[in-house]
Design a protein around this ligand. Sequence first.
Ligand code: TYM
Length: 346
Amino acid sequence: MDAVQTQSDANATFTPRVFSGIQPSGGLTLGNYLGAIRRFVDMQESGVETLYCMVDLHAITVWQDPDKLRHATRELAAGYIAAGLDPARSMLFNQSQVPEHAQLAWIFNCVARMGWLNRMTQFKDKAGKNRENASVGLFTYPNLMAADILLYHATQVPVGEDQKQHVELTRDIAIKFNNDFGVEFFPVPEPVIEGVATRVMSLRDGTKKMSKSDPSDLSRINMTDDAEAIAKKIRKAKTDPDALPSEAAGLEGRAEARNLVNIYAALAGQNVDQVLSDMGGKQFSEFKPMLADLAVAKLSPISEEMGRLMQDTAAIDAVLADGAARAREISAPILKRTYEIVGMVG
Ligand code: TYM
């Protein structure tokens, strides 16, 4: 072990680097946009090195029609760009084009413990009662996510609330790897879960997360929805009969009201108190059209730009190829070094 532990490992300090990803497993939702993509853009603007991935290998842990997967991957890339990610400043690529992700995931399959993965709530939710029939990939999914992050020695991972447990597992894997091999090779990354929209809820049930896999399309706003669809979904969103309170405490026990206020705040770039000081006392019949107008004003330019970008899929593919080439310049030496640390000859 001493032979491979160099001084630079022991003294490693890690330059800030951001990694995050989204599954191309259907369309982008308002939850993805507010909980993740907007944060991705903020971090790009902060001048840190940023890598944003379309995690197609994760998507296939549940069945994906190949043509739809291709479409969703390109549409997600279009969504990233339309929302403000600049391919010249952020590396945008699909996971399968950087083979080191799968290679490092294998190493982590041998680091992570069954007991750790057994505790993952996303696996329990997604596998449901039919656990025996879930793919093995769905179970080991968090190890691949750890590989995504650690392959670039990323230090910050912007995600929504639901991914916190996976980032914590990533930290455990980094620590165990470093301990097992007596190195300080992998950083211990931080989840970045910020803003008022870290958990956007279903429009039909304020206790459930807004999700692209919800069977009801009325439960979510898709980034490709037109103005009419957005207005209709907000009009039909579940609420309670009371007026909006003028302070945040008045949202206690009112999950649906809280969710709509959070969405308004996130879209308006305000905090909840600011929104309620303006809106307190209003009935939902008055608030909902205001929310719909705001959502349309903020989201339509993005969906229009996505549509425009999707006219030229060759240009999108070129962005992804360029992003993958730049990502590999970082990932290849890190994987090589990992193999050396583990004791692979070559
Ligand atoms: P995914 O594809 O389910 O979601 C992508 C991002 O969107 C956030 N998100 C939400 N945020 C707020 N409210 C919601 N309703 C909502 N729904 C989704 C998610 O928290 C996430 O940040 N495992 C990840 C993808 C992944 C990844 C990674 C993320 C793979 N490798 C490495 C970070 C780093 C996932 O399934 O996200």
